[in-house]
Design a protein around this ligand. Structure first.
Ligand code: ASP
Length: 319
């Protein structure tokens, strides 16, 4: 079954083209339901998709909810506060219950790494990982890659179209599912990826394909793309960082710091932003910021991801 648990599950050239197709349909303002359904899910245009969100989310949840509706399906939103998890039900039992109720897919956001894999083991329908702890966030990485693909003029999606480009991801790399999933996709299309964090927030082990550094200047030098990550305040409580001020002083992405990047360097952030901490207002709102383009791409990306996961795949034997 085509679960979507990791960025490595995403069929890349095909996904970029499908996201584009969804974007174009949206831009044409075609009415949606009939127009969108013509090319999507002709076999299964009804039923419910469970959106199991056990962690706060604005962008990811709203985009998945809209995408489910755009595909002619019904979103069944379940949050930790409203679910039987409050009564001690395990994730496995919740997933089995939803499957028994006939949902056609499960989208899961969960605070624990590995939760999406655990759900997939007991699910009779495709599971899409909407972020599991510090592990992965494949649909975020997909929308980030799509945003870059459009920014660089939609080169041949089957080529190594980011070859020769330097991407610097800056922030709490050790705990970032966004960094992990982005690294997988960025290296597949040839990017040179630098991961930069204060020493305590760098991963203990090397990550294949990435250069790790605590030195921001080195990471930003001649970068084509800089991605700032949200600084989670609990890192201070855990003693991994002395203070927000120290982080701001040494790692904030601001105009002065970007002076050593390429003049046409663009800036990204998965959101939510801690303005004035990991990114300055000036940079977040500047012409080089792709942040709102990332948000915009979120809906078409989730449409394409749902379409991929819920479509019949020849190798699965489904018809
Ligand atoms: N929204 C992203 C995520 O859920 C980034 C973040 O929350 O820091 O991982």
């Amino acid at each position: 079954m085509p679960h979507l648990l990791s960025a490595s599950d995403l069929p890349l050239p095909q996904m970029l083209l499908r996201i584009r197709a969804w974007e174009e349909k949206r831009a044409r303002g075609r009415d949606s339901r009939q127009g969108l359904l013509e090319q999507a899910l002709p076999f299964r245009a009804e039923g419910s998709v469970a959106l199991l969100f056990y962690e706060p989310s604005t962008r990811t949840r709203a985009a998945f909810e809209q995408a489910v509706v755009a595909l002619g399906l019904h979103p069944l939103v379940i949050t930790a506060e409203s679910a039987s998890v409050q009564k001690g039900e395990t994730l496995a039992d919740t997933v089995r219950t939803l499957c028994a109720q006939g949902v056609v897919g499960v989208v899961l956001r969960h605070p624990e790494a590995g939760a999406a894999h655990a759900a997939a083991r007991v699910s009779s329908v495709p599971v899409l990982n909407a972020g599991d702890g510090a592990h992965e966030h494949p649909t975020q990485a997909m929308l980030d890659l799509y945003t870059l693909w459009v920014h660089f003029g939609m080169p041949d999606p089957a080529s190594h179209w980011l070859a020769g480009r330097k991407v610097a991801i800056v922030g709490d790399i050790a705990h970032s599912r966004v960094a992990r999933s982005n690294l997988i996709l960025l290296t597949r299309v040839g990017a040179e990826v630098w991961l930069c964090a204060p020493p305590n927030l760098l991963p203990a082990a090397t990550l294949p394909g990435a250069t790790l550094t605590p030195c921001l200047q080195e990471a930003l030098q001649n970068a084509d793309v800089v991605m700032a990550l949200r600084l989670q305040r609990e890192r201070m409580e855990q003693g991994l960082l002395p203070s927000l001020n120290a982080y701001r002083r040494d790692y904030q992405i601001n105009a002065q710091r970007l002076a050593c990047a390429r003049p046409d360097c663009v800036v990204m952030h998965p959101g939510p932003l801690n303005r004035g901490v990991e990114i300055s207002d000036e940079v977040a709102d500047s012409a080089r910021s792709l942040i709102l383009k990332q948000v915009h791409a979120g809906l078409a990306t989730r449409c394409a991801c749902l379409e991929y996961a819920l479509s019949p795949h020849p190798e699965s034997g489904a018809v």
